[in-house]
Design a protein around this ligand. Structure first.
Ligand code: AMP
Length: 138
């Protein structure tokens, strides 16, 4: 597996070099909105320390991310009045990974509503409004 690339987009977000719509952070994790949301409330939880994906993650990184993700999933479900949550993680290109800093997708779901196609830029004002609702529910 390749080494961690310090120039990946999420590393740049963590360093404040490119903007992100923040939902939550603690000492070990950061959560921000996906800019190409496949569902309203689609957000990503990442560790603050370097790691490509599930395959090189430490137990501590995984524990911190899953603990934060559980709290955020509850808040997102409440904020969006969702019926359920889809939780995803892709490791390496063959596994569907595009950004090589470990991240977990949280996707609030409503009964009978399919996910939107990937790769479609969302409306930033709408995404910001949803982020505020999730943050408020935390
Ligand atoms: P994947 O690596 O396949 O798990 O997916 C990467 C995810 O990151 C996709 O859902 C993208 O829409 C999302 N993404 C890419 N660039 C950004 C960015 N600058 N801010 C927020 N989300 C992003």
């Amino acid at each position: 597996m390749p080494d961690y690339d310090t120039d990946n987009i999420f590393a740049k977000i963590l360093r404040g070099e490119i903007p992100a719509i923040k939902v939550y952070e603690d000492d070990d994790t950061f959560c921000f909105m996906d800019i190409m949301p496949r569902a309203d409330g689609h957000c990503l939880v990442i560790p603050k320390t370097p790691c490509r994906n599930l395959l090189d993650a430490s137990d501590a990184q995984l524990a911190a991310c899953l603990s934060a993700a559980k709290r955020i999933a509850h808040a997102a479900k409440t904020a969006l009045n969702a019926d359920g949550i889809t939780f995803q993680q892709f490791s390496e290109a063959a596994g569907g990974q595009e950004v090589f800093h470990l991240h977990f997708h949280i996707l609030p779901r409503h009964e009978g509503v399919p996910l939107r196609a990937p790769g479609q830029m969302g409306d930033m004002d709408h995404i910001k409004q949803i982020a505020e609702k999730i943050s408020a529910a935390l």
